[in-house]
Write a protein that binds this ligand. Structure first.
Ligand code: HEC
Length: 138
């Protein structure tokens, strides 16, 4: 009896940890990534310190349309960024510098949650990139 209860508790704990909701995922993005990657269309691109999320995801999906591959790419890039892996336009690295590795800042499992949320929600419908708005860098 007691053992059953413990098992049930363990199962509940496992479920609550393994099924992060979209809200939790966005909160994680806010805590770990949003200080550099804004989620909205920038009003003033001169104040940006990194490409906005919608621009990043447009380029990621152009290279990796498959969700699994996109999630793997984002998770890897966040911990181990390099100019040879980057899928965004080279002007981005020229303008903003290479992204600093987020090792120690975010875990593999948090990155999986964050990347899946990024893939599912960005870019927003109808987004065609920053070109034409004088936003060649995103
Ligand atoms: C300190 C600022 C900073 C933080 C924090 C940050 N990034 Fe970045 N990120 C950058 C900059 C700058 C670039 C553009 C240069 C580059 O691509 O390396 C970038 C680019 C990227 C790219 C595009 C890479 C490409 O192919 O060009 C991805 C994907 C990305 N970031 C994911 C993340 C995720 C996920 C997080 C949160 C875990 C995060 N970033 C946190 C600064 C940051």
């Amino acid at each position: 009896m007691k053992q059953n209860k413990i098992l049930l508790l363990a199962a509940m704990l496992f479920l609550s940890v393994s099924t992060a909701s979209a809200q939790d995922a966005e909160a994680l993005f806010d805590a770990k990534c949003a200080m550099c990657h804004i989620k909205t269309r920038p009003a003033d691109i001169s104040t940006l310190t990194a490409p906005p999320l919608m621009g990043i995801m447009r380029h990621v999906k152009m290279r990796y349309p498959d969700k699994k591959k996109a999630v793997a790419f984002i998770s890897d890039y966040a911990l181990d960024p390099s100019s040879t892996k980057a899928v965004c336009m080279p002007q981005k690295i020229q303008r903003f510098g290479l992204m600093p590795s987020q090792k120690g800042n975010v875990t593999q499992s948090e990155l999986k949650t964050i990347s899946e949320w990024m893939y599912d929600n960005f870019p927003p419908a109808g987004f065609r990139g920053g070109q034409g708005q004088g936003m060649r860098t995103f």
